[in-house]
Design a protein around this ligand. Structure first.
Ligand SMILES: Nc1ncnc2c1ncn2[C@@H]1O[C@H](COP(=O)(O)OP(=O)(O)OP(=O)(O)O)[C@@H](O)[C@H]1O
Ligand SMILES: [Mg+2]
Length: 257
């Protein structure tokens, strides 16, 4: 079974939470019947890193406006500290993680999404051979959300879009987004167990799903349209969530066609 788990930045920001999630993922990797790939974000860490340097974060529809100063920070934070800390938490938990980004051997290539967003990339090509090699040999790829192109450009890619590009190329049956909320909330604030593609569009149009959740729902719909079998959005801080949700428990929100 092929599974892609995307870890949100807020989950990876506390050492305790990182340790908890890493232990659950390492257990899953040890079971051995699953080919597992991780993709991670780092939104919270990036906002903090920029603020410490007097750079304000700006977003359009949940996507970070990426000026030249921001793209430099993107490589340092996403592919540097956040990736390394996650890799080491996984190692301490007994897994065999390999830290990567979309730059590695054309894993994910991108092009400019919208000039207003600066150096934000839209994934356009993904070469899954590296993921095949590593998972076949028992390693756990840990992919940071930056992508490149054949001319040597580096792009900031929203981590949810990055997860979809990797899940689709890797032919993952399951895409699990672990985030910092219980699931997708409707206008009353209740978490919905199921959200259809058209409901997801409605939540965005009505301004109920905004910012990072807007980006996640758009990515989820894109995943279902690109051969990913199931898409789940769940609370990463809930103890036991990884094992429970992948064995079929109804936690969080399932995005359905
Ligand atoms: N309708 C909604 N239901 C749930 N969360 C929502 C909704 N609308 C907006 N949000 C926001 O979306 C956030 C999750 O997206 P966010 O991009 O912050 O996290 P992430 O994608 O898990 O992490 P990263 O961006 O670092 O990869 C929540 O913390 C919440 O504030
Ligand atoms: Mg996000």
């Amino acid at each position: 079974m092929r599974t892609l788990i995307k870890l949100g930045g807020a989950l990876l920001d506390s050492a305790d939470l990182r340790k908890q999630v890493a232990a659950e993922i390492a257990d899953l990797a040890r079971e051995g019947h699953r080919r597992l790939v991780l993709v991670h974000g780092g939104g919270k860490q990036m906002t903090r890193y920029l603020a410490e340097r007097g750079v304000e974060s700006r977003f359009i529809n949940g996507l970070r406006v990426t000026t030249p100063a921001v793209i430099d920070a993107v490589t340092k934070v996403f592919a540097g500290s956040v990736n390394s800390e996650l890799v080491m938490a996984l190692r301490a938990a007994g897994a065999r993680p390999v830290g990567l980004s979309g730059l590695a051997a054309g894993l994910v290539d991108a092009e400019i999404l919208n000039p207003e967003l600066g150096q934000v990339g839209r994934p356009v090509r993904s070469d899954p051979r590296l993921l095949e090699l590593l998972t076949e040999a028992g390693y756990l790829p840990v992919v940071a959300c930056i992508a490149g192109d054949s001319a040597g450009t580096i792009f900031n890619v929203n981590a949810d879009q990055m997860a979809v590009a990797c899940a689709s190329a890797f032919r993952a049956q399951t895409l699990l987004f672990l985030t910092d909320v219980e699931g997708v909330k409707d206008a009353t604030g209740a978490v919905n167990a199921r959200v259809t593609k058209s409901e997801a569009r409605g939540l965005i149009e009505d301004g109920v799903a905004t910012g990072g959740m807007q980006a996640k729902l758009e990515a989820s719909v894109h995943a279902l349209e690109n051969q990913v079998g199931e898409v789940l959005i769940a609370p990463g801080a809930r103890p036991g969530v990884v094992g429970e949700i992948l064995s079929g428990s109804a936690i969080g929100t399932r995005i359905i066609p």
